[in-house]
Design a protein around this ligand. Structure first.
Ligand SMILES: CC(C)(COP(=O)(O)OP(=O)(O)OC[C@H]1O[C@@H](n2cnc3c(N)ncnc32)[C@H](O)[C@@H]1OP(=O)(O)O)[C@@H](O)C(=O)NCCC(=O)NCCS
Length: 145
């Protein structure tokens, strides 16, 4: 399977990008189409993962300050998991953060995906457990070199 990580460009790619975000991150919570979109998207760096031309993964870099950005909306369609696609998305977003001269990435991670971020060298912030959109989350971060 040929995996490519790139920026969505066309309307069709953006539509598919948002659809994957909804399918993976919102639909299982019973949330409607449209709930996957957030304010400030136009200031973000977005990526899609393509597996043999099918959009199967998403992620975005959300600017927080001059030195920090937050990685959000990391999602891989179920049948494509375990193929390091999530890792490739994270790597592409970190590369972009470095290119922008950022020093730190923060993540509000679902507890169920905490191990995925630990494997990608994110550190758990102690006592950061909290509930967001009805789901247990933890805060994590990585200093970029
Ligand atoms: C979390 C997610 C993006 C991981 O994507 P993926 O492409 O399957 O991950 P990778 O194949 O790159 O996994 C890298 C490592 O993390 C581990 N890992 C991945 N997802 C994991 C999970 N949910 N729980 C525990 N370990 C996980 C893998 O086993 C792998 O370990 P290895 O290096 O020892 O083989 C994907 O499972 C997903 O979309 N989950 C649902 C949405 C979600 O929770 N997104 C995060 C929101 S904060």
């Amino acid at each position: 399977m040929n995996i490519i990580i790139k920026k969505p460009k066309t309307k069709e790619e953006f539509d598919q990008y948002y659809h994957v975000r909804w399918e993976v991150l919102r639909k299982p919570l019973g949330m409607p189409v449209g709930s996957e979109k957030m304010t400030g998207e136009d200031r973000c760096f977005h990526v899609i993962a393509l597996a043999d031309d099918q959009i199967c993964g998403t992620g975005m870099l959300f600017p927080k300050s001059d030195s920090t950005a937050q990685i959000k909306q990391i999602a891989v369609l179920e049948k494509f998991r375990g193929l390091k696609i999530g890792t490739k998305i994270i790597e592409a977003l970190e590369k972009e953060a470095q290119k922008q001269g950022l020093k730190k990435i923060i993540i509000e991670a679902r507890k169920s995906s905490q191990n995925f971020y630990l494997k990608n060298e994110y550190k758990l912030i102690e006592n950061s457990e909290h509930i967001s959109i009805g789901v247990e989350h933890v805060n994590m971060e990585k200093v970029l070199y």
